[in-house]
Design a binder for this molecule. Structure first.
Ligand code: ARG
Length: 460
């Protein structure tokens, strides 16, 4: 135990299972470069404080650069007592430059502030990447919506045919939700991007270290203002998991629609081979595995969020080792979200739309509301118009024909206010174009949405 960083007061080594149970290096080695950047900033601040001489600081800086190279080249040799990335880096630094100087790096510092710093630095980069992946997904949606604006599909409520809409309107409905995710993500990033460095184990730094200078060197936007909070806070992790879960929930519903639309029964879309798989038994099968995995992995993302809430909820103020359990869920969650965005973007940019099948799925009954609206335009109260239109539907049903097979005489027999021009109600394009108020499915209203989305994602 003497060899451990904290070995001074210990006389016995760790139980072997405990050693493995306690170690976070297998996953926090991912943060090696962040850990080293944090150490260099810390050493520089301690040099400016007079804690380190200029030659000690350059020795530390040079040594740390070598440690970083070893990780990068896969030549870093992990030793038995390397509990976590902070321990491993400091142990190796002292091997390279000697304990006399290496032992000064940790002056006034705690691993509690280090791990929070490393996680925030790492997460910030990941979220910046996720942000640009999300922008790309929205861009693909917008360009499909532009190119395919003339195609109509049945719009559904309760998964029952409701009213005709533009295919682009469906595409944009999801892109609109993703745009909200994007602006939420930007807020999350600005809270992640704050520096805990210089907060010590819990109480702060005793050598009046310049926290602003360290934050600036590391590119943080701001400082965390309270040391107890800075070391014990994992809001930045669970906010990320909440954000990612909300995104996965949305992309999962998007995937569900496309799974339905790609079934043989619907046939609206065909997934590219690159995002489908076959069956080992049934040669005709082409399964939408990419979309099913998005739907399935959303459960895994929610699970990490719920798990972390349970881990944190009963913890006393500041650092407790339980917080180490926030690292793996975070790493896994980010990968799940990022991969899901990439897959969704791939699926959406390569799928083929079958406009004829979409068209064929439109049913005249979806125009029943048009009859009521027609009567409204003739001065009939909507409630009465709805009733009359309902009788049109009922008559078609009792005759066993689709609504558009009823003759003008049939219609006039129901209500004489259904005039000669009523047959124009049976036009899907007309029905769609009438929904021209902002947010609707007419061409101009859809174009407005396209412009809004383009503006929101451009030039930022
Ligand atoms: N490896 C730890 C973690 O990931 C950081 C070390 C702090 N440990 C401690 N016993 N103070 O949370």
């Amino acid at each position: 135990a003497e060899n451990m960083l904290w070995g001074g007061r210990f006389t016995q080594g760790l139980d072997p299972v405990m050693e493995q149970y306690n170690a976070s290096l297998p996953y926090d080695r991912l943060f090696y470069s962040q850990d080293i950047a944090g150490s260099i900033a810390f050493a520089r601040a301690n040099y400016n404080n007079g804690i380190l001489t200029s030659s000690e600081f350059s020795a530390i800086q040079k040594g740390l650069a070598q440690v970083k190279d070893e990780w990068a080249n896969n030549t870093f040799e992990v030793k038995q007592n390397d509990e976590d990335i902070h321990t491993a880096n400091e142990r190796r630094l002292s091997e390279i430059i000697g304990k006399e100087i290496g032992g000064k790096l940790h002056t006034g510092r705690s691993r509690n502030e280090q791990v929070a710093t490393d996680m925030r630095l790492w997460l910030r980069e990941e979220l910046w990447r996720v942000e640009s992946e999300l922008v790309d997904l929205i861009k693909v949606a917008v360009s499909r919506a532009e190119a395919e604006i003339d195609i109509l599909i049945p719009g559904y409520t309760h998964l029952q045919k409701a009213q005709p809409v533009r295919w682009s309107h469906w595409v944009l409905s999801h892109a609109t939700g993703f745009l909200d995710c994007l602006s939420q993500l930007r807020q999350v990033i600005s809270r992640v991007n704050r520096s805990p460095l210089g907060c010590g184990a819990l109480a702060g730094n005793p050598f009046n270290i310049d926290r602003h200078a360290m934050a600036k060197e590391l590119g943080f936007e701001a400082l965390l203002p309270n040391s107890l909070n800075a070391v014990g806070d994992r809001d930045f992790v669970f906010e990320t998991l909440q954000w990612g879960s909300a995104f996965m929930l949305k992309i999962s519903r998007w995937a569900e629609d496309l799974i339905i639309y790609s079934s043989l029964e619907f046939g609206f879309v065909r997934l590219a081979d690159a995002y489908s798989t076959g069956s080992s038994l049934m040669p005709q099968k082409k399964n939408a595995d990419s979309l099913e995995l998005i739907r399935g992995k959303s459960g895994r993302a929610f699970g990490h969020m719920a798990g972390l809430f349970c881990t944190i909820k009963g913890l006393p103020t500041t650092y407790n080792k339980d917080l180490q359990e926030s690292v793996e869920p975070l790493i896994d969650h980010i990968k799940t979200v990022s991969d899901s965005i990439l897959i969704a973007t791939g699926v959406l940019s390569t799928l083929t739309v079958n406009a004829e099948k979409m068209r064929a799925a439109l049913a005249p009954e979806m125009l029943a509301t048009e009859f009521a609206d027609y009567l409204v335009r003739k001065g009939v109260p909507f409630r009465e118009g709805h009733h009359i239109s309902g009788r049109v539907v009922a008559l078609a049903e009792s005759k066993g024909v689709p609504m558009d097979q009823l003759g003008l005489a049939d219609l006039k027999g129901i209500d004489e206010r259904l005039g000669d021009d009523v047959l124009e109600c049976l036009d899907y394009e007309r029905a769609v174009e009438l929904k021209s108020a902002t947010g609707g499915t007419s061409k101009s209203a859809v174009r407005e949405q396209i412009d809004l989305l383009k503006k929101a994602i451009s030039g930022e």
